[in-house]
Write a protein that binds this ligand. Structure first.
Ligand code: BTN
Length: 324
């Protein structure tokens, strides 16, 4: 019921209706006005700023930023058809894998207000601040996609997020192979893909996405202060998280549907266009040895093709690269 009230207040705000009366809400939902008031209190304790004006009704002031169920709503094929909001969790990717074990729906989105053990690639911690980031995971049970094609979900997600940020915030971000979302040479977000299956059968994929949305310089710990940025810093103004999340889910759904029905080719071309690593001289680890070369192209599964000075062609499927 709380989600339905959040949905009514959000929709009203989206339509430019400032206040909606407790009586109207009560009638729409077939509950008493005192029950409405109780749920309004629950929305408040979940971070909703609800303005109540006698004779006018209620307004969800921060509806553009709230990630509460009901407030977030998208019309998509698969991604986000079920949406779960977690005030606090260790990691949305870990929670996604726990839910996969007991059974959950295709396209489930788990969004956390706070992650206490957020994970990045290569076992690194992923830092976030309550109420200022987007930290969410998407569960997929793809049919007809083999395990060997699963890595392509990383560049696919990167392109989808990039397009959504352009649409919602107006910022052009760059992609650093394999999974970094960058702005002006600093990291703005990342993608953690975890997939499972047997033989070449892909059973599930979890796409974890973390974006620094409204982090200020002061919010960033020393370990990332020199290398990270946020949409707030890049755009020079706060970015409404709910609007951005909805845009990302719609974009992800459309690229995923395209991948499932038409294959990787056109998305790969978009990734190549947005990938700032291509054409650069890079250093990387190759079987434990430091090597360097020029990043020349992206393979159909998202791997990076590098040509060394001696003309050797290497295909990087994992790891970090550093621009020289
Ligand atoms: C990286 O850049 O190394 C990937 C960062 C991915 C972070 C996201 S936040 C939501 C999801 N849950 C996690 O624990 N990690 C991913």
């Amino acid at each position: 019921m709380q989600a339905r009230i959040a949905a009514i207040l959000t929709e009203a705000k989206d339509q430019g209706i400032d206040y909606i009366s407790g009586g109207d809400i009560a009638r729409q939902l077939g509950i008493s006005r005192s029950a409405v008031w109780k749920y309004i209190e629950a929305i408040r304790s979940d971070g909703g700023i609800v303005d109540a004006v006698p004779g006018k009704g209620y307004q969800l002031v921060n509806s553009d930023d709230l990630l509460l169920p009901g407030a977030v709503s998208v019309e998509t094929n698969v991604i986000g058809r079920e949406y779960v909001y977690l005030p606090e969790i260790d990691s949305t990717n870990s929670e996604a894998k726990r839910r996969i074990r007991v059974g959950c729906s295709d396209g489930l989105v788990l969004a956390a207000e706070n992650q206490i053990k957020g994970r990045g690639r290569m076992g690194r911690p992923w830092y976030s601040v309550t109420g200022k980031n987007l930290s969410f995971s998407v569960v997929l049970f793809p049919e007809g996609i083999s395990l060997s094609r699963a890595p392509f979900l990383t560049p696919l997600s990167a392109v989808a997020v990039c397009r959504a940020i352009k649409k919602a915030v107006g910022l052009s971000i760059e992609l650093k192979w394999p999974n970094d979302l960058m702005f002006a040479g600093r990291k703005l977000g990342g993608i953690l893909l975890e997939a499972g299956g047997e033989m070449d059968h892909l059973r599930y994929a979890v796409i974890g996405i973390g974006i620094n949305v409204n982090l200020s310089r002061e919010d960033m710990p020393e370990t990332i202060a020199d290398t990270a940025t946020s949409l707030l810093l890049a755009a020079g103004k706060p970015v409404p998280r709910r609007r951005l999340l909805e845009e990302i889910l719609i974009s992800l759904d459309s690229y995923y549907t395209k991948f499932c029905t038409k294959g990787a080719q056109s998305i790969l071309a978009e990734y190549v266009e947005l990938c700032s690593t291509l054409g650069k001289d890079i250093a990387f680890l190759w079987h434990g040895e430091r090597r360097s070369g020029r990043a020349v192209s992206i393979a159909p599964d998202g791997a990076l093709i590098v040509i060394t000075k001696s003309g050797e062609m290497l295909t990087l499927r994992a790891g970090d690269v550093h621009c020289l």
